[in-house]
Write a protein that binds this ligand. Structure first.
Ligand code: GLU
Length: 429
């Protein structure tokens, strides 16, 4: 046994170590899902990593005349079903493994909501808050130049993700059109409406979460009206969600950003918080009586919605979670071990690959509209989104119930099945 300098057994050895690597933990669930579905080891070997992963260096001329070189990634997980699809995040903690895992999750989402895509993901290691508007533009354009060979409307279609938005998509579209020398709105989704964006895309992730949350609440028998809701994260997903939950008559008792959380057992004034929120989703620094993000997750609530980053609910805090329903608007907020603890405790988990699939669903609608050059009304998009997600939710519930597995494994099984079938038909495995 390893010992510490004092001679006592080191804490590291005694303490149970949970796997917090999002790639290897995702691989373990993929393996289990494929095994349960009866697929071979070779299928797992194919799915455990993206088919393609590129790392790029992006030199950017800063406003003061100096040059900074940024690192970016694009992972294309699997294109057996169709072109790959997935967002691009700007975050200082982006890593190669994270981007790979995120690309696998995109494949699963596409399978769960039955889109003709495989998954992809991109990321740039950057804190966008440190860059000026023009520096952000140069970085966005530089990234597109660096990956232009492997993307395109029938190859790989990017979109927004953490800290990227419709303005960034517009710059990226413009750069791509210049390189290709033709207009190509289907190259990227999440665009501004005037450049071929879709109705509802801006709010799509939050809308999708709202739809599956309503289905989950019905299943558990908790009326959304009057239910207590806690939301971690106040970015694109979290802030719109707070609004939709508030409008649906739920009591949003807690919200947070990276600096901390706000709590009021009688319900927070969401409209005023939305007004005060800055463009990066920060609001809590304006208040004195904040709580920590950990305290926020453990609040006594009916519904908990992590809408921020990975590994927030782990084996460490899962026993203290009081919510009856956990709806994951973020990618990867709950570890596999925490999933098992919560499932055993009777918490209904609506996993990320299902709950957050509203974004890519409306991205698909945007791409279809771009391809046909004919645009749908808000009502049409909402109706199609509703149908798609309600069906996906019940498919996952059915899989969980018939196969006696938890909701996350069920979602992986539904998500991976179509891709595995496509691989088999193509004769790859
Ligand atoms: N970034 C979003 C996600 O993680 C949306 C991706 C897309 O629209 O392609 O699902």
């Amino acid at each position: 046994m390893q010992t510490s300098p004092s001679g006592a057994p080191s804490e590291e050895r005694l303490e149970h170590k949970e796997n917090l690597n999002v790639l290897t933990s995702t691989q373990a669930i993929i393996r289990e899902a494929l095994e349960k579905l009866g697929y071979s080891e070779a299928m797992y070997e194919l799915f455990k990593e993206p088919l393609r992963m590129i790392t790029v260096r992006i030199p950017v001329r800063m406003d003061d005349g100096s040059v900074r070189v940024f690192t970016g990634y694009r992972a294309q997980h699997n294109d057996a079903v169709g072109p790959t699809k997935g967002g691009i995040r700007f975050h200082p903690d982006v890593t190669e493994d994270e981007v790979k895992a995120l690309s696998i999750w995109m494949s699963l989402k596409a399978g769960i909501v039955d889109l003709p895509y495989g998954g992809a993901k991109g990321g740039i290691v950057v804190n966008p808050a440190e860059l000026s508007f023009r520096e952000l533009e140069r970085l966005s354009r530089g990234y597109v130049r660096a990956i232009s060979q492997i993307v395109g409307p029938n190859k790989d279609i990017p979109a927004p993700d953490v800290a990227t938005n419709s303005q960034i998509m517009a710059w990226m579209l413009d750069e791509y059109s210049r390189i290709r020398e033709h207009d190509s709105p289907g190259f990227i989704t999440g665009k501004p409406l005037v450049l071929g964006g879709s109705q509802v895309r801006e709010t799509a992730t939050a809308r999708g979460v709202t739809i599956v949350l309503r289905e989950a609440a019905r299943k558990v028998g908790i009326p959304v009206e009057g239910a207590r809701v806690v939301i971690q994260g106040f970015g694109n997903a979290g802030s719109y969600l707070a609004k939709f939950m508030h409008d649906a008559g739920a009591k949003v008792i807690g919200i947070s950003d990276v600096y901390g959380g706000l709590y009021d057992e009688n319900g927070l004034d969401i409209d005023s918080l939305l007004e005060k929120r800055d463009s990066f989703g920060m609001v809590t620094r304006l208040f004195k009586n904040t709580i920590t993000n950990q305290e926020l997750l453990e609040l006594d609530t009916d519904i908990l919605i992590p809408a921020a980053v990975e590994n927030q609910i782990t084996a460490h805090n899962a026993p203290n979670i009081k919510a009856k329903i956990l709806v994951e608007a973020a990618n990867g907020p709950t570890t596999w071990e925490a999933t098992q603890i919560l499932t055993e405790r009777g918490v209904l988990i609506v996993p990320d690959v299902l709950a957050s699939a509203g974004g890519v669903t409306v991205s698909y609608f945007e791409w279809v509209q771009n391809n046909q050059g004919y645009y749908w009304t808000e009502e049409e998009v909402m109706q199609k989104l509703e149908q798609t997600l309600v069906k996906a939710f019940h498919n996952v519930v059915r899989m969980a119930e018939t196969r006696g597995v938890n909701m996350r494994l069920a979602a992986y099984m539904v998500g991976v099945r179509k891709m595995a079938e496509a691989v088999r038909y193509r004769g790859w495995v």
